[in-house]
Design a protein around this ligand. Structure first.
Ligand code: F6R
Ligand code: MG
Ligand code: MG
Length: 371
């Protein structure tokens, strides 16, 4: 059967500050999801979360970008916002950038990652949910999973993976997209995806098929709002096994706590720490940025799971390393490279400070430029 997996997420209020979700918001999300399932709008659901972001993980038969599904998510976030107001939660309604729903969530604030596919006889899927970082954070692990033989030995020894994969990359600044074939165009692709603040992998496909095997949320709040409104805290879904990366190959990139943008005030570099579901609560300096991995087996569209994939001991070293990197970077305080470079700070206080001081900047005299 054809099934659609939709992960739609938003931060509509934090408990306490930007660190977690209040039980009242969780209950509200769950009541709404249960109701939607009862009415037959969705086949199944799981309410996920990471930090102050709630993810509605849903299966249905309506395809991506479906108005009813998007409206349901929007209305659920609105109701959760009411609960957030009732309990005085921090930043209530923060990701709902417009007043009314208008057909589709595009440009409205919530992030979404959706894919439609023919459910295989056994369909293992991992949903990755992140907090305190941006969509480009998925570029590194997706490249490792689907294009790096040092991560994914299947690319070398599984005949059904040996051809490689296709990556759809979006330029979020110019609003364009391009498809890269790997391994042939790997070096071309790396020129772009190595700059994750602008170029973001949206989908991965098998060669010769338009059915996605991985999808990410690519919404950037500051581009929508034109001002700083927190980081986007993205989500991603990856299908695994039988000609796709094994579950362990999909998890492997996170054994290295690579550096991402985000953390405090969305303005710092920090280690991306894989955590179990009980540890998804960024605290130190509002971080460090973190990711949970929820493993599901799909059965006729039902989400059997989740298993808490990063709860496993084998990720302890990655966490330890992440904490050491956090110590090291924190000591830089307001200095780069801990703080993001200026061009990535343009939606923060930088323009105002510049405006205030611009008269006081005087031309240098007698410098080499005069000669
Ligand atoms: C980062 C994040 C937090 C806030 C910080 C300041 O994505 O959500 O680090 O940026 O706590 O928050 P405000 O400006 O709401 O006081
Ligand atoms: Mg928040
Ligand atoms: Mg968040």
């Amino acid at each position: 059967m054809k099934v659609t997996l939709s992960i739609i997420k938003a931060d509509v209020g934090g408990f306490v500050g930007h660190s977690d979700v209040h039980p009242a918001l969780r209950a509200c999300a769950e009541d709404n999801l249960a109701e939607a399932k009862k009415k037959g709008l969705i086949i199944d659901y799981y309410r996920g979360e990471c930090g102050d972001d709630v993810a509605l993980i849903m299966t249905h038969d309506k395809g991506p970008d479906n108005q009813e599904i998007h409206r349901f998510a929007w209305e659920t976030f609105e109701k959760m916002t009411e609960a957030a107001r009732e309990y005085g939660q921090y930043g209530a309604g923060q990701d709902l950038l417009t007043d009314a729903f208008s057909g589709n969530l595009r440009g409205m604030g919530p992030g979404f990652a959706e894919m439609e596919f023919e459910e295989r006889a056994s369909e293992p899927i991992i949903c990755f949910l992140a907090d305190k970082t941006e969509p480009g954070a998925w570029n590194y692990p997706l490249f490792k999973m689907f294009a790096d033989p040092f991560n994914t030995i299947g690319l070398v020894i599984d005949p059904s993976m040996h051809e490689g994969f296709r990556f759809e990359v979006h330029d979020l600044q110019e609003e364009t997209k391009i498809i890269f074939n790997t391994p042939e165009e790997m070096y071309d692709m790396l020129v772009f995806i190595g700059a994750p603040g602008r170029f973001v992998i949206k989908h991965v496909f098998r060669k010769g098929s338009d059915e996605p095997v991985a999808v990410t949320s690519t919404q950037r709040l500051f581009l929508m709002a034109g001002r700083y409104v927190g980081k986007d805290d993205p989500v991603m879904a990856v299908r695994c096994q039988s000609g796709l990366p094994a579950v362990g190959e999909a998890l492997e990139p996170f054994a290295f706590p690579y550096t991402v943008s985000g953390w405090m005030r969305g303005s710092h570099h920090g280690p991306f720490m894989p955590v179990g579901m009980d540890d998804d609560t960024p605290t130190r300096f509002d971080g460090p940025p973190r990711v949970v991995a929820l493993g599901f087996q799909l059965k006729d569209g039902m989400l059997v799971g989740p298993r808490d994939m990063f709860g496993d001991k084998s990720y302890d070293n990655a966490r330890r390393q992440a904490l050491d990197v956090a110590d090291y970077l924190r000591r830089h305080g307001p200095f780069e490279p801990h703080r993001l470079p200026l061009d990535e700070m343009e939606y923060t206080t930088m323009p105002k400070v510049m405006e205030k001081l611009k008269e006081r900047f005087k031309k240098l005299e007698g410098t080499e430029r005069d000669h």
